[in-house]
Design a protein around this ligand. Sequence first.
Ligand SMILES: C[S@@+](CC[C@H](N)C(=O)[O-])C[C@H]1O[C@@H](n2cnc3c(N)ncnc32)[C@H](O)[C@@H]1O
Length: 280
Amino acid sequence: MMSDAAFAEVPIAAVEAFWDASPCNIRHSGKPIGTREYFDEVERRKYFVEPHIPPFAEFERWKGKRVLEIGCGVGTATISFARAGATVTAIELSSESAALTRRRAEVFGLSDRVQVHVGNGEQLSSFLPIDTYDLVYAFGVIHHSPHPERIFDEIRKYMNAESELRLMVYSRVSYKLFWIMREENVWDMSRIDEIVARNSEAQTGCPVTYTYTPDGIRTLLKDFRVVDIAKAHIFTWDVAAYRRYEYKKDPAWAAVSDEELARLEKELGWHTLVRAVLKP
Ligand SMILES: C[S@@+](CC[C@H](N)C(=O)[O-])C[C@H]1O[C@@H](n2cnc3c(N)ncnc32)[C@H](O)[C@@H]1O
């Protein structure tokens, strides 16, 4: 984690307000929000631009198992887990996002397998009864919370020796950092936190975005045994075209082969994917 909790003073209400105003991936489809067509398109776009998600989550593997999802957003992974046969308990700070996840479960006839609770993951046990889950999944979430370490203290209560934690946090060193520095024309490395937070999401101005080195993650996960850490995901699309739902390569990537991209993603990916279990 960077510079001793750079965002620790941000009120959780500011985080909630940001995600209520712009639920994650809300613009992944131009279809009427809340319809089947809308959700189908959101899913297609999400897994098209973030193809590393299905192999990382291994949705099918959790069939018949219990999944606790922290920060479900509009529920893309939630539905993938439920569709694959898992029972999912999802929690989400933003009530707007939670409502869309609930609606999504209804639209696909999966409400019996999906429960959504609104609340702050830093205080999970204050609103979610303690129980054991096979998988705790938090994709792109804890780095947006002012006190990520508190979420891990809570998550532990819901795991046993067989449970797995899979999470994605943003990488400290990534191609996206270079991209942001170019966009902002800021080459002052002491301002990384500030400029990354401003540009980390589709909508600017996210109040909290921590980034992590592998060592930083190990420190944060002090009560866990880290099984695997790997970087993934370089966004290679031209952003203006992407916003028009067109896929044209950014000139920086036009001449780069898929093999070379895969190699670079391991070094410079924006997503650090972590698998961990509780320490014995
Ligand atoms: C980048 S989105 C990711 C959403 C989803 N996991 C996905 O992959 O599409 C981050 C989400 O984390 C939620 N979040 C941030 N801090 C949280 C907290 N302390 N407790 C619960 N949810 C939180 C936000 O409301 C937002 O929906």
